[in-house]
Write a protein that binds this ligand. Sequence first.
Ligand SMILES: Cc1ncc(COP(=O)(O)O)c(C=O)c1O
Ligand SMILES: Nc1c(O)cccc1C(=O)C[C@H](N)C(=O)O
Length: 411
Amino acid sequence: MMDLNRALEMDRSDPLAGTRAAFALPEGVIYLDGNSLGALPCNAAARVAEVISRQWGHDLIQSWNRHDWISMPARVGDRIARLIGADAGEVVAADSTSVNLMKLLSAALKLRPGRRTILSDNGNFPNDLYIAQGVSALLGEGHVLRIVDPDKVGDEIDGDTAILMLTEVDYRSGRRHDMRALTSRAHAAGALVIWDLCHSAGAMDVDLNAAGADMAVGCGYKYLNGGPGAPAFMFVARRLQGDLKPALSGWMGHDRPFDFDLDYRPATGVVRNLAGTPPIIGLTALDAALDAFDGVDMRDVRRKSLALGDLFIELARERLARHGLEIVTPEAHPTRGSQVSLRHPEAYAIVQALIAEGVVGDFRMPDIARFGFAPLYTSFADIWHAIDRLEAIMAAGSFREARFRKRLAVT
Ligand SMILES: Cc1ncc(COP(=O)(O)O)c(C=O)c1O
Ligand SMILES: Nc1c(O)cccc1C(=O)C[C@H](N)C(=O)O
């Protein structure tokens, strides 16, 4: 049986072991839910306090120039760009993932007139499908959202596909799409692709430009650790930037916002997709969080993420399978994100019982216990202890207690 010493040895030889110190993790908690809300970076509170008290409190309106608040969406975007294989000037930080998806999808559909299909899969985060439904209704041009099985997506792309809209890593199973292959199949059929990187950015070496990607969105609050409701980001490949005409044609995306012209004229570059005033306090927390990635090679992040997952899978097989917990995440490295999900009919109560024991994972309908690995702060020992406590809960049957069955409003 694999013992704790091996996990501790893996931590000792982990090139990313040092980045954990950049996060303020609560004592005694094993946090495996960074794929829902990333941990608090140690520097965030002081940076936000500085912006509030000195910049906002003292310098007031002048801060837009003096502290260059106005270019924060682009500056933070450039820092995210390095993490997702984009070039400077291809990413901006703004709004939420949902709003950014709405902006990109509505503009992208206009680039494929005559084509009616938005193609997606039933493993996508439902929110994205809702956005596509809303955009289709808004445009009123007869677009249809086709939702197919994830492994059928490539074969379902055809001459009517306007946009292929996919989330790279499935929020529930952790299955990962082949971005490069699907992008080139879509291009061969004349379609454009929008990738949702919510469960990829910050957890792996996404390489948008190497994959020939067109557009992407993602959130700032999961593996990028920007805090609850952090600004999200969007990517538009440079070759498409001039063609995309923002439907949400706000002044922050105007070529000369402070000329106060009566007519909208989009800015050059990805910033044309900005709409309203940037949320400086939220951007500051996200900017601070990105410091933890400075000097970090995303290939090391991916290597560690896979090693954490391998360890989890090995231990789950050894110690949990006999308790009826089934691994649903694909095991082959290229087909897996940075989480491992287990299926059990009592998954909800099991996750609650585990949280009571200091191990935070989460539950996803209908029967999935989900464990996310944030390579900057998750240790191999965390994985060992998580499985150890989970096995104890299963062996004792403590998850059957009534208190663990009470459903919470937000899970
Ligand atoms: C894949 C995916 N897309 C979109 C969202 C929603 O993003 P937001 O709430 O930032 O709009 C989430 C999670 O909340 C997600 O997991
Ligand atoms: N965005 C969230 C929220 O506002 C509350 C609770 C959870 C979330 C999440 O991010 C859920 C997440 N996208 C998921 O993968 O399930």
